[in-house]
Design a protein around this ligand. Structure first.
Ligand code: SF4
Ligand code: SF4
Length: 361
């Protein structure tokens, strides 16, 4: 009998791992494995994930990559250029950054029914993650509610996730993950406890939430006391209401809330100030506007044009908002330029400004 020495020509790859490695690569990162770290970044585009022997039974490479990508979204490009996203892992100084990452992770995994499946691997899985409510972008009221810093940072990260560098790849990875999760649990046996008597993590997958009539996933905010009619982003029309996020679609007044629901009362300029701060870079003004004559100290020349002076990332005329409960105010409200007068609260530009600073989703 002739003996054959078989030479493999391919290697097996876990489907979810492949999906999330590709997602990371498509947004500009390289995934490497290491026996020396659990998870780390080098500030030059490499995300190091611990080798399989370092992972717990309920860890998946996909989840760990997804988690690091959520960190990248929270920390932005400045964090990407630093080791470990610039986070101090030796103290609680940056705890709220980790919490923001987890809020975003929960928000995105909710959209495909995999909040439990994509639970984080660290000790945050014990307390913080299970305590996240239906709306992971809101802290308990006594901890600051929707304005708590990790909630604001998570919403800002969600806005980054909607931008062209990220959106197509992240959405494709989430959709591919949802496709895998739609079939695998059907092959998992509830009596099939593996090593250590543990059931399969796939048993935690639930069907993705239905699409909202306006086109957004509905997720857990689908509550009778929480509907489009009470949302800051709905507006009335003769035959129903529409949502500023999807203005082409008419929705019923009793439509349930989507994952972007925001209390109508929060559409408040005094607690927002987004359009006067870092959401936009400049307010251009014409030479004939009263503010030029009445407040020359606030006006600077920009070639043939003029614009309002900035004070860091804010318009120099903006007062307040230096501590969490302090209202914003315009020092020159009666004399404000036309650009500011024309900027309508609740408009698409207002929504865009609020998303850019993490006030809205
Ligand atoms: S953002 Fe608000 S109005 Fe728009 S679909 Fe969601 S809950 Fe409804
Ligand atoms: S972004 Fe909208 S709500 Fe916020 S201050 Fe400007 S107009 Fe007001």
């Amino acid at each position: 009998m002739t003996a054959f020495l078989r030479q493999p020509h391919h290697r097996y790859q876990d489907p979810l791992a492949r999906i999330w490695i590709a997602c990371a690569e498509n947004v500009g990162f390289r995934i490497a494995r290491s026996p020396d770290v659990y998870a780390s970044t080098d500030g030059r585009g490499t995300i190091l994930i611990g080798s399989d022997d370092l992972l717990d039974p309920d860890d998946s490479l996909a989840q760990m990559i997804f988690h690091e990508l959520c960190h990248a979204l929270v920390e932005g490009e400045a964090g990407e250029a630093q080791v470990d996203w610039g986070l101090d892992n030796t103290s609680n100084r940056h705890l709220w950054h980790e919490q923001a990452c987890l809020r975003l992770q929960a928000y995105l995994s909710d959209s495909i029914g995999l909040r439990d499946f994509f639970a984080p691997t660290t000790d945050f899985r014990v307390k913080f993650w299970p305590a996240l409510g239906d709306d992971p972008m809101a802290a308990p009221a006594d901890k600051g509610g929707r304005r708590e810093p990790s909630c604001v940072a998570a919403r800002l990260a969600a806005w980054r996730a909607s931008q062209p560098r990220w959106a197509p790849h992240l959405q494709a990875a989430l959709a591919a993950t949802a496709a895998v999760a739609s079939v695998v649990p059907g092959y998992v046996r509830s009596d099939d406890a593996g090593e250590g008597g543990m059931p399969s993590l796939w048993g935690t997958a639930v069907p993705p939430p239905p699409l909202h009539p306006a086109g957004h996933a509905a997720v857990a905010l689908y509550r009778p006391d929480n509907g489009c009619a009470g949302c800051a982003w709905s507006y009335a029309e003769r035959q129903g209401i529409r949502c500023r996020h999807a203005p082409k679609v008419r929705i019923a007044p009793d439509a349930p809330a989507c994952m972007r629901w925001e209390p109508a009362g929060e559409l408040d300029c005094l607690t927002c100030g987004a359009c006067c701060r870092e959401a936009y870079q400049a307010v251009e003004i014409s030479a004939r506007e009263p503010v030029v004559r009445l407040h020359p100290e606030l006006v600077i020349a920009a070639g043939n044009r003029r614009k309002l002076r900035r004070d860091g990332e804010r318009c120099a005329a903006l007062a307040g908002g230096h501590v969490p409960a302090e209202s914003y105010a315009c020092r020159i409200y009666e004399d404000r330029p036309r650009t500011c007068r024309d900027f309508a609260r609740g408009s698409a530009n207002c929504l865009d400004a609020r998303r850019r600073v993490g006030v809205s989703l």
